[in-house]
Design a protein around this ligand. Structure first.
Ligand SMILES: [Zn+2]
Length: 216
């Protein structure tokens, strides 16, 4: 079966299910619990492939009296084969996306859960750099910039969630003359955490529109 769930839809499902677990732990009122369960099912059912046995098993698994965090984690795991993963790029493919970077630090692929990634982001801590690879108008683009070592609490421009963010100044070639402009945005320091919080890809697209290198 072809994977059909996007990474941000998977993040939505994960957040919904985790919310359901919290409700199960904290709310005793049967009616309230039933209402929250109905809401959860309404939200996530359209994101799952219809008439698939795995979907049915997942939805049935959620409809138990006391859903535990461990049960939920196990259920979410069953969806992973249905999620379209972020492509694993070779060093050569990455080099093409970051032509200006001489020694590109590679992402640690082994640590990445590609089914959680709407975009790929990694830090080169030593050089205070962040690299982003993201889908934009049906192709992957590379964005590089400086990441401030200072972490603050704030809203991330990409996932629109309050968390540990840092100022990211994209290095953008503004004209054919080779001058660079810098545009600053606060984004999550940890891009993997950012992806887990990213449920609406529109903000990512808007962010990329601002920071992408202009083509002439
Ligand atoms: Zn974020």
């Amino acid at each position: 079966m072809q994977p059909t769930i996007t990474a941000y839809e998977y993040s939505t499902i994960t957040q919904q299910v985790n919310h359901l677990v919290s409700v199960n732990r904290s709310v005793n009122d049967r009616q309230v619990r039933a209402a929250i369960l109905a809401q959860t099912l309404d939200c996530i059912t359209p994101l799952l492939p219809s008439a698939a046995p795995a979907t049915e098993a997942f939805l049935t698994g959620l409809q138990v009296d006391w859903l535990t965090r461990a049960d939920a984690a196990q259920l979410l795991e069953t969806l992973v084969p249905m999620v379209v993963p972020f492509p694993q790029l070779t060093a050569k493919q990455l080099a093409k996306l970051f032509r200006k970077v001489k020694k590109l630090k590679q992402p640690t692929w082994a640590d990445l859960k590609r089914y959680e990634l709407t975009y790929l982001g990694w830090n080169d801590g030593g050089n205070q750099k962040k690299y982003l690879v993201a889908p934009y108008h049906d192709q992957l683009i590379g964005i590089q910039g400086e990441l401030s070592p200072k972490t603050v609490k704030g809203v991330c421009a990409i996932c629109q969630t309050i968390g540990n963010v840092a100022l990211f100044m994209a290095t953008t070639k503004a004209s054919g003359l080779g001058t660079y402009t810098k545009k600053g945005n606060y984004i999550c320091r940890d891009s993997n955490q950012c992806n887990r919080q990213l449920t609406d890809p529109q903000a990512l697209t808007d962010f990329l529109t601002v920071v992408q290198p202009k083509r002439h």
